[in-house]
Design a binder for this molecule. Sequence first.
Ligand SMILES: [Zn+2]
Length: 121
Amino acid sequence: MARYFTRKKVFQLTIVFLALVAALGVLSLMPHQHRGSDRATCVMHQRDLQMLMRHVQEEEHLKAGAPIEWAKLIGPGLLMESKPVCPVHGEYSISPVVTGPRILVAPCRDASHRAKDISDW
Ligand SMILES: [Zn+2]
C-alpha cells in the first residue's frame, strides 16, 4: 500500500491542525471576555451614579423620595463630568428622586448587568 504522507508531512499537518484549533479556541473565548468587561463597566457606572446620589442625599439631608436635580450634578465642571452609559444598552433611566436602601437610582435594563450585592451602595 502506498503511503500518501511521509512521517514528516504528517507531523507538519498535525502542527497546522493544532494551531488552527488553538486559534479557534482563542477566538471563541474573546467575545465572552468582552461581555464580561462590558458588564463590569456597566456595574461600575451604576455604582458611580448611586454613590453620587447618596453623596447628595447626605449633604442635603434628603429623604428617600426627595427630588434630585441631576442637571446640577452631571455636566462639565460639575461633580460628574458626563452621564455614563452602559456599553451595551446605552443610557440608564435615572430616577428623578432619591431611592431607598438597596434600590438602584440608575439600573441597567439588562438584568445580567446587576451587581450581586448592593447592600452598601
Ligand atoms: Zn448595562
